[in-house]
Every structure is written in structure tokens, then in C-alpha cells.
Design a binder for this molecule. Structure first.
Ligand code: V47
Length: 373
């Protein structure tokens, strides 16, 4: 498969040698991988890197997502989830509604091992409201890991309270926060960020908050929103900035490339970016991410945005995780994602087995375990 003569012909012989030796790729080598005409050759390199780390294991989690509000001061152009107050579909959940969504286990269902709580940047919900929510959740679900609030929300809470982001993280950690999800990173390049999300914190602030969380022992994930107006150079820049931060603070657990869903978004794409050819580009992003992010252990094929078939394929292109059962998801589905709302444990395990991998049920920090039901 990894035939040296063939990679020489593709101009990727030095990349092949580095991948085989487990050495770091340069930004130019990352760009060469994006420009290589043979998709499968790039995928094979990523599969090698993935298999060296994780063997035949492919991870999934029993989890729940909840979005507490779609009221958001940021008004990002790509977002189809946000609503203006008074607009149809605008919502802010109460604590009771959030806890009911997180704790309504179906008969015979399992207690989730991870909950994922994020929302818009609401102008008036105070930090004490979130502290109380986490305390109540922890009392109801002592074994469930609480993964909540992106770096963007943390910075927003800090601005509202007029305290530092470090203090916000400390207070939420005391209330039960165990991990931060990876959202809000979008694309770090300032020119693209200005077009996509001019009111959101910039790359330096996002990375600083992630580093502060890591210093407190709070692991975080990291995302990249791709498939809109960004160039391959912007993608490589994004990956390299994450890699650099990880060298410093070490707390990124999983990278999640998020395939942009175009429906109901104010961001209009040129024709060549909206057709079926996007499928191969998605696989390429997954593969190049696996190859560039040599210091982030896991890579998630998020089935909500990719669709289940593509997520399954992605396990052969560098991904090792499928996320989880989820139950209710709004951000991708309000933007036109046509995946189902929930997958069962049996669905996830059979997706993994039928792709030739061995399913491993994980918790939020990716330790596999024998969980109680
Ligand atoms: O930051 C918004 C993205 C993110 C669209 O950490 C969109 O385990 C595609 O971060 N098309 C939130 N993407 C979701 C997220 C996430 C999801 C699953 C797991 C984890 C994790 C994190 O969703 C936002 C933004 O980049 N997003 N709108 C859209 N139309």
C-alpha cells in the first residue's frame, strides 16, 4: 500500500518517510498533501498514522447534547442555530428543562457517560446560573462527565462578570465542569474570521483560554469549521496553531473537523463548494489533520455533520472516534444536516464492526472502561 516508488512519483517521498518514522510534518508538507492528486494515497498515510496510535480500535461514547439557548450576541454569519429574541424558534431553557433533557434515560437505556452542554452567548445569563446548573446536574448524575462551554462562552462569561477567564474556569471547575468541548475555533486566520464571525474572540484569545483550562487540569477538544470560504493555507495555519498550543499546554484530547452545513446559513458558497465533490474534500481534511496533529491523540468523525456513511468511511482516513449516541442535536440539524438525531449503542458498534474496526466504549477522557448501566 505505502509503495515508496509511487510516493516518489507523487512528490511525497519525504512525507512518506516522515510518516513511517513518526516525525513531524512541516506546513509545506501539509499543503503538498492537500494538493496531491491521489486522494487514496493521502488517506493511506493517515490510516497508517491512525493505526500506529490506536490499532484497530474505534471509539464511541454514550452521551447527551443539550443547547441551553440560541440567543447569541455574536451573530456569526455561518450559524443557522441563532435566533433573535421574538423570532420564531428563539429559546432559552430553564434549569429544569435542561436537567430533564439530560436525565430522561429511555427505559432500559444507559446513564450517559458524558454530557455536552453549549449554547449561544446570552447577554444576561450570569455565571451563578451556570454554576447552579452544574451543581444540580452533578448531584443528579455523579458518574457522568460534564463537558460544557466552549472557549468562546468562557470568554463571554468573563466579560459579563468583569473577571478573568481563569477565574471563570476555576469557578466552573469547582461546580463540576470536567472538560471543555472544542467549538468556537472556526478558522483562526484573521481575514476569514472577520468574514465568518467578526464579533467572536480571536484566535489568540481562543487558544489562551484553552491553555488556561489545560493548566487547571481541564482537558479540552478543538474544532475546525471547514468547507466554506477558507483556503488550504488557512486550514494548515489552523492545524499548526493548534499543534503549537498543544506543545505548550498539552490538554487537547480530540480534534474535530466540522464539515460546514450550508442550509439556512447567511454564508453563501460558490457552486464548486456545494456539490457532491465535497465528500472527497471532507475525507482529505480528516486525513491531513491526522497527519499534521501528531500531538493530539484523537480525531473525531462527527457523524452529525458528516452523515453516518461518511463517518464510517472516515475511520479509514485517519479518524478513530465517532462521538456518540447524542439523542438531540440542534446546531447541525438547524443548518440542514440530514443525519438522524440519535444512534443507539448497537448502531454505533455495528457501524464500527462493519468498517473492520473493534468498537471501544469510552468515557469523555477516552479511557475505555466497563461502565455501569
Ligand atoms: O463552534 C455552527 C459549528 C460548533 C455550523 O468537543 C457548524 O466533542 C457546521 O463544537 N455547519 C459547535 N458546523 C459544535 C462543536 C462540537 C460538536 C461535537 C463534538 C464536540 C466536542 C464539539 O459547530 C461551532 C461551529 O464551528 N457550526 N454552525 C454549520 N452550519
Amino acid at each position: 500500500m505505502l509503495d515508496a516508488a509511487y510516493y516518489t512519483q507523487l512528490g511525497l517521498r519525504p512525507v512518506l518517510e516522515k510518516v513511517l518514522a513518526g516525525q513531524r510534518l512541516t506546513p509545506d508538507e501539509g499543503l503538498a498533501l492537500f494538493r496531491c492528486p491521489d486522494h487514496v494515497a493521502v488517506g493511506a498515510l493517515a490510516h497508517h498514522a491512525r493505526t500506529r496510535r490506536h490499532g484497530q480500535q474505534a471509539f464511541y461514547v454514550v452521551n447527551r447534547h443539550v443547547n441551553y439557548t440560541n440567543h447569541c450576541v455574536n451573530a456569526c454569519r455561518f450559524c443557522a442555530f441563532r435566533r433573535e429574541p421574538g423570532e420564531r424558534g428563539h429559546f432559552t431553557l430553564t434549569h429544569e428543562e435542561i436537567l430533564a433533557r439530560l436525565c430522561n434515560d429511555p427505559p432500559g437505556g444507559r446513564v450517559p457517560d458524558e454530557v455536552h452542554i453549549v449554547g449561544g452567548c446570552h447577554p444576561t445569563l450570569r455565571l451563578a446560573w451556570f454554576e447552579e446548573l452544574l451543581c444540580r446536574l452533578r448531584a443528579l448524575r455523579p458518574t457522568t462527565v460534564i463537558k460544557a462551554f466552549t472557549c468562546v462562552e468562557i470568554a463571554h462569561f468573563a466579560a459579563l462578570e468583569d473577571i478573568s477567564t481563569l477565574e471563570v474556569l476555576r469557578r466552573l471547575q469547582r461546580a463540576g465542569l470536567a472538560m471543555l468541548p472544542g467549538g468556537g475555533a472556526e478558522i483562526f486566520a484573521p481575514g476569514i474570521r472577520r468574514q465568518l464571525c467578526p464579533h467572536k474572540i480571536d484566535a489568540d484569545a481562543w487558544l489562551r483560554v484553552a491553555g488556561e483550562a489545560h493548566a487547571l487540569g481541564i482537558p479540552t477538544n478543538a474544532t475546525m469549521l471547514f468547507g466554506h470560504v477558507e483556503s488550504v493555507e488557512d486550514r494548515i495555519d489552523h492545524l499548526c496553531r493548534l499543534r503549537e498550543q498543544q506543545d505548550k499546554s498539552g490538554g487537547f484530547t480530540c480534534f474535530i473537523p466540522l464539515a460546514f452545513q450550508t442550509e439556512h446559513s447567511a454564508l453563501k458558497l460558490p457552486e464548486e463548494l456545494s456539490g457532491p465533490q465535497r465528500g472527497l474534500d471532507q475525507l482529505r481534511v480528516i486525513a491531513v489533520s491526522r497527519l499534521m496533529l501528531d500531538n493530539i491523540p484523537h480525531l473525531k468523525a462527527y457523524w452529525v455533520m458528516l452523515g453516518v456513511k461518511q463517518a464510517q468511511t472516515a475511520l479509514h482516513w485517519g479518524a478513530d472516534d465517532l462521538d456518540g449516541t447524542i439523542v438531540e442535536e440542534k446546531i447541525g440539524h438547524m443548518a440542514g444536516a440530514d443525519s438522524v438525531q440519535a444512534l443507539s449503542i448497537a448502531d454505533l458498534e455495528s457501524m464500527i464492526r462493519l468498517s473492520g474496526f473493534e468498537p471501544v466504549r469510552r468515557n469523555a477522557s477516552f479511557t475505555s472502561f466497563t461502565a455501569s448501566t
